[in-house]
Design a protein around this ligand. Structure first.
Ligand SMILES: C[S@@+](CC[C@H](N)C(=O)[O-])C[C@H]1O[C@@H](n2cnc3c(N)ncnc32)[C@H](O)[C@@H]1O
Length: 165
């Protein structure tokens, strides 16, 4: 609602008809213009890839919080952010959201500009699709967060033992 009140051109996705209806009712009861508001009923992983590839100034991720939904939302929505556009992510305490933040904090093309206990904001310092090969993500190799050497070593040890017997 804040985005509508600010007069922005705004697209919002929500899966349930009741949510869409209550947002429309809220606007109607208060005489808030809806001509720049697009409400789309559906799940973000299905809706986002179908939207026009317009450049966006701001993306708010605050939908489904189970893995991998925040990451899917980031991939499709934040991939349309313009250079120096702003990404806001809510509910940073949740595990699937923290996985996304770990990536963004490692990637030099995302700069944290605001941190609160509930939400964070990043500035995007790049543009275009977020699709890329692993060879462009060397920065991940420097973070222990992304290595799983301990379990792998155990599996290899077991395989070696099996070979001897
Ligand atoms: C924590 S609420 C936040 C709603 C809104 N951003 C706000 O601050 O009032 C999460 C919202 O995400 C919606 N949601 C849950 N899973 C979703 C999905 N897969 N795609 C899109 N929206 C989803 C819920 O129906 C709910 O409206």
């Amino acid at each position: 609602m804040l985005f509508v009140r600010l007069g922005t051109t705004h697209t919002s996705i929500a899966p349930w008809e009741s949510e869409i209806a209550s947002l429309k009712r809220y606007c109607e009861e208060r005489g808030i213009a809806q001509d720049r508001l697009e409400l789309i009923q559906g799940f973000s992983d299905e809706v986002l890839p179908t939207l026009p590839k317009d450049e966006l100034d701001l993306v708010l991720i605050d939908g489904g919080h189970g893995f991998p939904t925040p990451i899917i939302d980031w991939y499709y929505a934040a991939g349309r952010l313009r250079n120096h556009g702003v990404l806001v992510i809510d509910d940073v305490q949740l595990p699937a959201v923290q996985m996304l933040l770990a990536f963004l904090d490692a990637d030099p093309r995302w700069t944290r500009i605001e941190t609160t206990p509930k939400w964070v904001a990043y500035r995007r310092d790049s543009e275009g699709t977020l699709q890329e090969g692993h060879e462009k993500q060397d920065f991940l190799g420097e973070s222990r967060m992304w290595t799983h050497s301990a379990p792998r070593t155990r599996i290899f040890d077991r395989l070696r033992l099996n070979k001897k017997t």
